[in-house]
Write a protein of this length. Sequence first.
Length: 424
Amino acid sequence: AILAQALAQTRAAVAACDKLWYANIFYQDLMWWTLMRPGFTQGIEIRYLLMSGALGLAVLASLGGGKSSLFRRLRRFLGWRHQHRIVGIHVFPVKSMAGLELSSAVLCSHGFAHDRRFAVVDRSSGQVLTQRERARMRLITPSLIDGHLVLQDGERPENGSVRVPLMDSGEGELVKMWAKPSQEWGTCEPLCADCGNEVARWLTQALDGQEAGEELKYRLVRMAGQGGKCYEEKPKKLRKAGAEAVWADCYGEHDNLVFQDGSPMLIASLASLSELNRRLQKEGKPPVNVSRFRANLIVDGNEPFEEDWWSRMTLQGSDLGSGVALKLAKPCHRCIVTTKTQVIVGEGEHGETRPTNTSLEPLTTLKKFRLQRGGKDERFKTAPCFAVNVSFVSPPDATWRKVQIGDTLTVDSWASQSALEATY
């Protein structure tokens, strides 16, 4: 009876001021925290203890706006489940090309459907190409129309467009390709389906322009999937996350990839972006857009780089059933691609391009405060972190669930150590 009365009185108190909404959350956490420790409340009037604790935390919340260091530590210590709203969904049908901004997207075992299922490879070597090798790739804009991937040169529309089927029919020539030796890919050589000469000819012209010769220098390939009898006897239909790579311990045996570098899904926070832009503007440099980081999900928030402390999360929404459980795998180490203006367009549309950024921002500023272990890790001394790689707790449970703008990402548990300080 005393607890019920205390709860009712405190809720009534915090309801009088919208700024104190944190108190109600903390009040309930504090109540159960004290009750779970036998003897802690003996000899103490628990009603006044809990009320004073809740109101004290309410004052802290109102004065700090949820951003104070003490507030954050208390939240993690008490295990407060924190919700973020999904404000952006991006998929990149072809690795390193422009992306699509969607209002909803379907999940599958390797991330979002149609995300990085295709890649461009060098015909002579079989190497996967990115903007690091061919900067013009960011200007090739995709559309998903009538079951086809349609590519168009956003800077040179006179080059027309080309289309290939989205789904794997199993009829294309099987080819092996490899990525430049890296900590993400290891020595993986996945099996892919070549998408044909027509798109190869179009890509060669789009990427090399007037220097393009008769040779079909670049090929579009699709990661071998579930369709087609010719794949049924192949043991590796999809890449395994972290296979033979430094990140192997970050993933489970059922985590699959297509052409992503590190994980099935990449999540970026607008709060972290705001802090980065604050630092850029303090140095008299222009802010950057979240598109620079080519993340799949964009979430809101008010604590910069809170994602460093995430452990387990749940995607929740009207088409997500009881929710899709996620786990943080590792921070995302950034490269020179973040210094180039990226193109994200709406589904079925084509975006305008802007001049390429000639500076090394935001990479230079990120290196000042976002290096792994403060720059002490030799492997990542030049690769600062922004956004986080996550994977599914149970990939089969995520398949065919739909994520929409306005859905929530709930942080269910917190790590004991920041991902930025972890040793991999």
